[in-house]
Design a protein around this ligand. Structure first.
Ligand code: FE2
Ligand code: FE2
Length: 171
């Protein structure tokens, strides 16, 4: 194993966090679909699979360096929301805690002079900047367009048009 046991634990905790994020976005997608927000449902289904990809990236890294990834148990996510804006607010909060967690692991890699993990984590640092700004932009739309049915419908349409945009940009 080329990383410390502390780093191994931190990265495995991050596997669990990305898995929880994937699961949480799946529950949001499902809620949006049932509620009739089909654009937002499409958006969150794509977001859920993005988070699964993040999890897989870390699993792959851990196994590549002989640190053995641990696949976590799945906890039941929040399944019901009051509004689409509430969903987006929760999503932004989730991303903010992921950013904090990633920064902590980066600090650990720095402290331990673990250059491999430091380089590996760089992608996640940049990704989190994108993730937070994405949800901030959507939240801002509620202030700009309003919260009545027509405005929320516009936001739903906007979400449909941007669903999975990250993946196609990365491809
Ligand atoms: Fe993620
Ligand atoms: Fe994310």
């Amino acid at each position: 194993m080329r990383i410390s046991s502390k780093m191994k634990k931190a990265l495995n905790d991050q596997v669990a966090m990305e898995s929880a994020a994937s699961n949480s976005y799946l529950a949001m997608a499902s809620w949006c679909q049932i509620t009739g927000y089909h654009g937002a449902a499409k958006y969150f289904f794509a977001q859920s699979s993005e988070e699964r990809d993040h999890m897989l990236k870390i699993v792959q890294y851990l196994n590549d360096i002989g640190a053995n990834a641990v696949i976590p148990a799945v906890k039941a996510p929040v399944a019901s929301y009051k509004s689409l804006e509430g969903v987006i607010k929760t999503a932004l909060k989730n991303e903010q805690s992921v950013t904090k967690a990633i920064h902590k692991i980066v600090e650990l890699s720095h402290k331990e002079k673990d250059h491999c993990s430091y380089a590996f984590l760089e992608w996640f640092v940049n990704e989190q900047v994108q993730e937070e700004s994405k949800f901030e932009d959507i939240l801002q739309k509620f202030d700009l367009l309003g919260r009545d049915k027509l405005a929320v419908n516009e936001i739903d349409k906007f979400l449909a048009s941007t669903a999975g945009a990250d993946e196609s940009a990365a491809a």
